[in-house]
Design a protein around this ligand. Structure first.
Ligand code: TYM
Length: 343
């Protein structure tokens, strides 16, 4: 019997940060380890998505390998036979399916995507790339080619996941059952043991998400930051002057973000963290506990990173890319037949 597929992708535009780790990497690594043998796990680098925003192309190829090493340092067991580790552009079926999906996607649908709206408002319609506009159909292709059921992503990608469900249903209605519909966002949360989507906020501007494109890097904990630097960033995180800890995103977004992060880093519930800190006048102890938890995590992570064997990683990539090309091409041919491109 074929196994259900859990799939996610992380772009390699810069070193990964704590938001990437908590939003996507940790859930898939945890599942791969705890349910080994039960699911097919697809973890890939969407390298074609990398230049939907401007990047240094001379660094991209190496940055992809670095990202893959980060996955291993995060606890991924590359000897797991059900794990497939690959680069999107090494499997041309992704781009081919993206084109097909494009032709069934409304211009208005993509214009309404929050990420596109925000970025085009910021940099202007003449400057935003068509790649940024057209990024959801490629992401849908990444998911639908493998009939993935579960897709751990941070809350910022929820709309793209919903688009994937919509386009899959649209094509199924027109051409018969071509695609497996990924589970709804709420079912995904239940499956990954969350009561809501994960969204780690910027430490300096806690109303914004923590993001690779932060120019100063002060609000972002990169997985390559030294434990000392990470501690400093937490201790100088923006809070407020109310002088009383509450879990209230509207009024105390900075503190609420720190509480959420502490819960995730220590694998405790937000309720448990609130019991300990809510009502206290001093913010320092909460910050210190989080700073210590992150510093400890980073030193373990970075020590594992130095031990990742690049040669076995490259072998795993080659084997996975060969296997995924076969799987993706079998799916693509069915789609091509359905739309009239093949007999
Ligand atoms: P990307 O590369 O921007 O981010 C990788 C993953 O990290 C999550 N993430 C966050 N989670 C919580 N808090 C944050 N501050 C935070 N920042 C980022 C993202 O939600 C994501 O899960 N379009 C995707 C990549 C992609 C993909 C796919 C994902 C392409 N194809 C198919 C899943 C399935 C993206 O740009 O993620």
């Amino acid at each position: 019997m074929t196994k259900q597929v859990i799939l996610t992708g992380l772009r390699a535009n810069n070193d990964l940060h704590l938001g990437n780790y908590l939003g996507a990497l940790l859930p898939i690594v945890d599942l791969a380890n705890s349910q080994a043998g039960k699911y097919q796990i697809n973890l890939f680098v969407p390298d074609l998505h990398s230049f939907t925003t401007p990047i240094d192309h001379t660094k991209l190829y190496r940055q992809i390998i670095v990202s893959l090493k980060f996955f291993v340092a995060a606890g991924l067991d590359i000897n797991n036979k059900d794990l497939f580790l690959y680069r999107q552009s090494f499997i041309p079926a992704h781009s081919e399916l993206a084109w097909i999906l494009n032709c069934f996607t409304g211009f208005g649908e993509l214009t309404r995507m929050t990420e596109f709206k925000d970025k085009s408002a910021r940099i202007g319609k003449d400057h935003i790339g068509v790649g940024q506009f057209d990024y959801p159909p490629l992401m849908a292709a990444d998911i639908l080619l493998y009939d993935a059921l579960y897709v751990p992503v941070g809350d910022d990608q929820r709309q793209h996941l919903e688009f994937t469900r919509t386009i899959a249903e649209r094509l199924n209605n027109k051409f018969g059952k071509l695609f497996t519909i990924p589970k709804s966002t709420s079912e995904q949360h239940v499956f990954f043991g969350n009561d809501q989507g994960v969204r780690v906020r910027d430490l300096q501007e806690p109303t914004k998400k923590m993001s690779k494109s932060d120019e100063t890097g002060k609000g972002v904990i990169f997985l390559s930051d030294s434990p000392t630097l990470a501690k400093k960033k937490i201790m100088s995180a923006t809070t407020d002057s109310l002088g009383r800890i509450a879990y209230n995103r509207a009024e105390q977004p900075g503190l609420t973000n720190l509480i959420d992060m502490l819960a995730q880093m220590t694998n405790k519930s937000v309720g448990d963290i609130c019991k300990k800190y809510v009502g206290h006048a001093q913010y320092g102890p909460l910050k210190s506990e989080l700073a210590d938890a992150i510093a400890e995590f980073l030193s373990k992570f970075q020590s594992k990173l130095t031990k990742v064997d690049e040669k076995s990683l490259i072998r795993k990539l080659q084997v996975s890319e060969e296997a995924m090309n076969k799987q993706a091409n079998l799916k693509l041919i069915k789609i091509q037949q359905a739309v009239g491109l093949r007999k």
